[in-house]
Design a protein around this ligand. Structure first.
Ligand code: IPM
Ligand code: MG
Length: 361
């Protein structure tokens, strides 16, 4: 008998609970069809945890996650908690950053694939986005997000603030290795994005990535400056396969890339560390304005569940079953409010999840 995979579910705030429950329904259906046993444990994070326990990420939640095979995460944050200091444990986002750091999830994988039936919904012209299939690999535990010093302070001449961008060679190396390995499983092209004309961390980044690249002679490695890349991503997105970049650039570029796919709500992500246990979450936020209305797009969360099957449970077949079902439902014309076009009627979160369950092979 094989033991059940342990999945920690952290729905969070805003639309997090709605999209996570939709994703869990699809995950359950795909798992049972694939003979995969899952054991769920739920916990509270973000603003919900601030309200219930006075802190966004409880130490026992982090410990629980360390025992998991994978974590299914919704979203955190909302206006109710916005007044907390940026660096405070009362800030919902600190739960996410605390999990990434605490679990050592240094590689954030954000695949951007434009489904054939979503081409017309994209913000760009059809010929620009058709067949886009790229993977952003974002460094997730270093750089400006985490390096110290990081604070606001008062000087004789008034207020000042500092964030620090620091990268060590091992930090760059491990995420670069991950990106080259992934490129090998794809079209064997890797573009590393930095700001080497200005930043020391970027010059170091470029040197380390080039050096790692020598171990992967079969992968075509190029380097691009982040400003030029931001432009080229809209000009010829089909040219890219794996895009490797540091934490802040990856945050910004992955939101930009989501516009190719039609909407932020469509995109999944996986955060991985040294082992296989990963954290899976849609790239969108908690969208408090539409929370609780049953209208949120759950596809980013559902595709995140597919990534969980692929990267933490090593079940590519079950992942593909979900991805295929999503494609078929989109091809049938079902759309949530964020992706409907003029004259179309949107369907709700639960209805599109039901349709995806029914479309599973
Ligand atoms: C993301 C989000 C987070 C980030 C926020 C919520 C801290 O924007 O996952 O992209 O900046 O990493
Ligand atoms: Mg972001």
């Amino acid at each position: 008998m094989t033991t059940a995979a342990r999945i920690v579910v952290l729905p969070g705030d805003g639309i997090g609970p709605e999209v996570t429950s939709a994703a869990r329904r699809v995950l359950d259906a795909a798992a049972s069809r694939g003979g995969i046993a899952l054991d769920y444990v739920d916990d509270v994070v973000g603003g919900a945890a601030v309200d219930a326990y006075g802190v966004a990420l409880r130490p026992q939640t982090l410990r629980l996650c360390k025992t998991a095979d994978a974590i299914l995460f919704g979203a955190v944050g909302g206006p109710k908690w916005d007044d907390a200091a940026p660096d405070s444990k009362l800030r919902p986002g600190s739960a996410l950053l605390g999990l990434r750091k605490g679990l050592g999830l240094f590689a954030n994988l954000r695949p951007v694939r434009v489904d054939a039936s979503m081409v017309a919904t994209s913000a760009l012209r059809p010929e620009r986005v058709r067949d886009v299939d790229l993977l952003v690999v974002r460094e997730l535990t270093g750089g400006l997000y985490f390096s110290r010093p990081k604070r606001r302070y008062t000087t004789a001449r008034g207020e000042a603030a500092v964030d620090t961008m620091r990268y060590s060679t091992p930090e760059i190396e491990r995420v670069a290795v991950r990106a080259f390995e992934l490129a090998r499983q794809r079209r064997s092209k890797l573009c590393s994005v930095d700001k080497a004309n200005v930043l020391e961390t970027s010059r170091s980044w470029r040197a380390v990535v080039s050096r790692v690249g020598q171990r992967y002679p079969d992968v075509a490695c190029s380097h691009m400056l982040v400003d030029a890349f931001a432009m080229d991503l809209l000009r010829r997105p089909q040219a890219y396969d794996v895009v490797l970049t540091e934490n802040l650039f990856g945050d910004i570029l992955s939101d930009e890339a989501s516009m190719l796919a039609g909407a932020l709500g469509m995109l999944p992500s996986a955060s991985l560390g040294a082992g296989t246990a990963g954290l899976y979450e849609p790239i969108h936020g908690s969208a408090p304005d539409i929370a609780g209305k049953g209208v949120a797009n759950p596809i980013g969360a559902i595709l995140s569940a597919a990534l969980l099957l692929r990267w933490s449970l090593n079940r590519d077949d079950a992942a593909q079953a979900i991805e295929g079902a999503v494609s078929r439902v989109l091809a049938a014309g079902l759309r949530t409010a964020d992706t409907v076009r003029d004259g179309e009627t949107p369907v709700g979160t639960a209805a599109i999840a039901d349709a995806i369950v029914n479309a599973l092979p």
